[in-house]
Design a protein around this ligand. Structure first.
Ligand code: SAM
Ligand code: DTB
Ligand code: SF4
Length: 338
């Protein structure tokens, strides 16, 4: 448990940059499971309707052929993963997918591109996508790699709501996973996103062979951002044949649930997304993740290049758990962190 005082003022909690030293985060991970779950659920209920889950649909707008070497990623050109590279999608294809997602009940539409960083001319297309998807009444999120300051500003001016850029793992473990850009590059991009007034979506991946201490290190990095991200995707590694991390020893599913709980406790007002890897987790583990404070999922039968549960399967799971989709116009009580 944190030795630092944490002051709760309903939805106006103030979190200082040094609230969560890594050992305090590790102490949360080390709690008896039931105590950790109780604390996470109590925190969750202070800030959110516990029966509400956000549905976010992903679309890969530019697939494969990426020059980076992220060890988990099927879209890196250097790994033979069977992913077919595809140039940027035309606007009408993107809009068709967004309308279909909206008709299924999604309120957020996330567009991902396999770029190290976008070129300025790429942004002309992305700006149009953001404007038009937003005009449908959906929240917009894009993930395009590293951004320069003027590019973040262009996206803000186009009306972008969220920019996704993950820290992926703890600083100490990072070099085991990626060598073509460093941790500071990621922090710099997040600073530019924040500086442009775009909401931050940042999280990471667990199950890559990191230790519990390193999982705590990732959560501490995120929680100590000032302010912490509005949206925190916690991905379970999807092992893809051909990537260096394929064959990695499987993570104990309860450790994944613990990671969600610790994210909820340390970032109480963030939307914590149970992200990649749900197909492998099964219904019971997903149910525990919701109890641990996850309140967003990727919804639709595909992530970027890998599979996700079918829409009907997710609807049935939410119904079995008495959970409902967040309404497009419901005012999330505490979503904007300032
Ligand atoms: N190229 C951009 C970048 O890296 O920032 C945007 C797209 S990239 C695919 C977005 C995120 O997807 C990565 O940062 C990583 O966290 C997640 N991701 C990619 N492959 C994954 C996998 N096999 N399992 C889990 N998460 C994965
Ligand atoms: C995030 O944190 N997870 C999503 C989204 N942000 C872009 C991506 C998951 C990708 C899983 C592997 C794939 O489908 O290619
Ligand atoms: Fe490229 Fe992004 Fe995949 Fe890394 S995670 S290889 S930057 S698409």
């Amino acid at each position: 448990m944190s030795s630092q005082p944490i002051v709760f003022h309903a939805c106006s909690q103030t979190i200082s940059a040094d609230t969560w030293p890594v050992d305090a985060v590790l102490a949360l991970f080390d709690m008896p499971f039931a105590d950790l779950m109780l604390r996470a659920q109590q925190t969750h209920r202070q800030h959110f309707d516990p029966t509400e889950v956000e549905l976010a649909t992903l679309l890969s707008i530019k697939t494969g052929g990426c020059p980076e070497d992220c060890g988990y990623c099927p879209q890196a050109a250097r790994y033979d993963t069977g992913v077919t590279a595809q140039k940027i999608l035309p606007l009408d294809t993107v809009l068709q997918a967004a309308r279909a997602a909206q008709a299924e009940g999604a309120t957020r539409f996330c567009m991902g591109a396999a770029w190290r960083e976008p070129k300025d001319r790429d942004l002309d297309n992305v700006e149009d996508m953001v404007r038009e998807v937003k005009a449908l009444g959906m929240e917009t999120c894009v993930t395009l790699g590293m951004l320069a300051e003027h590019q973040a500003q262009r996206l803000k001016d186009a009306g972008l709501d969220y920019y996704n850029h993950n820290l992926d793992t703890a600083p100490e473990f990072y070099e085991n996973i990626i060598s073509t850009r460093d941790y500071q590059d990621r922090l710099d991009t997040l600073g530019r996103v924040r500086g442009a007034g775009i909401k931050v979506c940042s999280g990471g991946i667990v199950g890559m062979g990191e230790t519990r201490l390193q999982r705590a290190g990732l959560i501490a990095q995120l929680a100590n951002m000032s302010p912490y991200p509005e949206s925190v995707p916690i991905n379970h590694l999807v092992q893809v044949p051909g990537t260096p991390l394929y064959g990695q020893e499987a993570l104990d599913p309860l450790e994944f649930v613990r990671t969600i709980a610790v994210a909820r406790i340390t970032m109480p007002k963030a939307r914590v997304r149970l992200s990649a890897g749900r197909r492998q987790l099964g219904d019971a583990v997903q149910a525990m993740c919701f109890m641990a404070g996850a309140n967003s999922i990727f919804y639709g039968d595909k992530l970027l290049t890998t599979g996700n549960p079918e829409v009907e399967e997710d609807r049935a799971l939410l119904a079995r758990l008495g959970l409902k989709a967040r309404n497009a116009h419901s005012d999330a009580r505490c979503e904007v962190i300032q």
